[in-house]
Design a protein around this ligand. Structure first.
Ligand code: ZN
Length: 453
């Protein structure tokens, strides 16, 4: 992971210029467009901005030059559905950017008939959260998460030793770690959707869905991604792309695409465009684009990423420290618990050989100060931990090294550790226990930072 994240950094900046030329393929005019119905109108929470992502998905399909996209926005769950009557049969595939608890029975019935009779279905990311109790829908998508899904919804499905396995251990369905770039690995490279893609490619930062459950019938997993234990993962290779059959219908299911940044990845775009064509027609005529990502560098389309007002105008940069800081603090908490101590932990990172600015994150384990008594003035553990970090940022030595006398604001106490990483310095400091214990806690934090920086 460490190599991947860093190299992504540089690859991303250089792919921005490239994109201007490659982004949109010219529409093909000599054949009839493939008719697509994109359904939206609800999500499980504000973290899925369907109004924004629908516009992105529509553009991505239109950029392929072979689709004509109509949008149907459903009423919210519990509202009046009597005027929501999409004519499913007029479309060759339905794309779901939609996560609702349920539908009226007649609508469910029409949808089931449509897919059974050969209609295509594409579900993107949280669309596999929807309809947890609708049996036919769960047979179509194979696996899903959240909305009360549990072992009753079916086993978990993942890859083990190169094979798809099901796991009946009990538990709720649906989890993901922090949004980091991750590698996607092809498992059915000869399938039309996958043909010509590299065996492994790097996806843009996204939620890596894990512990999804469902019937998993008639399901072919096209690609997986490793759910990293150090990022709240399962340690399994989790399904990312799937195809299924339901009656005569074809289903393409991608678990990727949390937000615009995730949707802007060329790996996502390409598999979404190809998967939709396959679901609609059973064939894939689209070529693999020249800006498709490699195994260790992300490639994304700036004109898509810019559709998110939060994107701004700079290059699309992920600070790898953001993803690791929580893990480093967690490792420090674990070590502090083992030693039976509490206090304040700080981790920090700065690039280069000399500090100009740093990223830092702090956590309080149990207490952040010791109250004053008759005998002493107490201890501001938060202040001490940061003083240790500040001393290290100046001396580039572990705190309390006494390479020079402590300056005003410093204490010269041990319990902070600094190491040179690949691109800069990694710092962890702890205050709360005996000096040697503080050092041990800090070492655990730095060790975790070193896995990525
Ligand atoms: Zn999400």
């Amino acid at each position: 992971m460490k190599k991947l994240v860093l190299s992504m950094f540089w690859a991303v900046a250089s792919s921005v210029a490239l994109c201007v030329v490659l982004c949109a393929a010219p529409p093909r005019s000599n054949s009839k467009p493939i008719r697509i119905l994109l359904i939206d109108g609800e999500s499980g929470g504000p973290y899925h901005n369907w109004q924004l992502t629908t516009a992105v998905m529509k553009k991505e399909l239109e950029d392929a030059g072979i689709f004509q996209v109509t949008i149907a926005t459903s009423p919210r769950f519990g509202e009046d559905f009597s005027n929501f009557k999409p004519d499913f049969g007029s479309y060759q595939a339905i794309v779901m950017n939609y996560d609702a608890p349920d539908w009226p029975a007649d609508l469910r019935q029409q949808f089931e008939q449509y897919v059974k009779n050969g209609g295509g279905l594409v579900t993107v990311h949280a669309a596999d959260n929807s309809f947890s109790d609708w049996r036919a829908f769960n047979e179509m998508i194979g696996i899903g998460g959240w909305r009360g899904r549990s072992e009753k919804s079916g086993p978990m499905w993942y890859f083990k030793d190169g094979k798809l396995v099901s796991d009946i251990s009990p538990g709720s369905a649906g989890s993901h770690g922090n949004r980091l770039p991750f590698q996607v690995e092809a498992r059915a490279p000869e399938h039309p959707i996958m043909k010509g893609l590299p065996r492994v490619w790097m996806h843009t930062p996204d939620e890596l869905y894990a512990t999804l459950r469902g019937p998993g019938q008639n399901m072919t997993v096209l690609a997986t991604a490793h759910s990293d234990l150090t990022n709240h993962g399962t340690g399994h290779d989790e399904p990312m792309l799937m195809v299924l059959n339901y009656g005569k219908g074809r289903i393409f299911h991608t678990t990727m695409g949390h937000d615009v940044a995730a949707l802007s990845g060329v790996g996502f775009i390409t598999t979404f465009q190809r998967g939709t064509e396959w679901a609609a027609t059973g064939r894939v005529t689209q070529k693999v684009p020249a800006d498709f990502p490699t195994a260790d560098s992300v490639s994304y389309r700036a004109n898509i990423a810019e559709m998110d007002p939060a994107f701004g105008h700079g290059p699309f940069i992920v600070n790898p420290f953001d993803g690791l800081a929580d893990q480093a603090l967690e490792a420090m908490k674990k070590r502090a618990d083992e030693l039976g101590i509490g206090g304040v932990a700080v981790v920090a990172y700065f690039a280069g050989d000399k500090i100009q600015s740093w990223s830092s994150k702090m956590a309080v384990f149990g207490r952040m100060k010791d109250e004053p008594t008759d005998k002493d003035t107490g201890a501001n553990l938060l202040g001490i931990a940061y003083a240790k970090a500040a001393e290290m940022a100046d001396t580039l030595k572990d705190s309390g090294s006494h390479v020079r006398p402590p300056m005003t604001g410093e204490f010269g106490w041990t319990g902070g550790v600094i190491v040179r990483g690949k691109g800069g310095y990694l710092i962890a400091a702890f205050s709360g226990g005996k000096s040697e214990d503080d050092v041990q806690v800090s070492r655990a934090g730095v060790a975790r930072l070193q896995t990525g920086l």
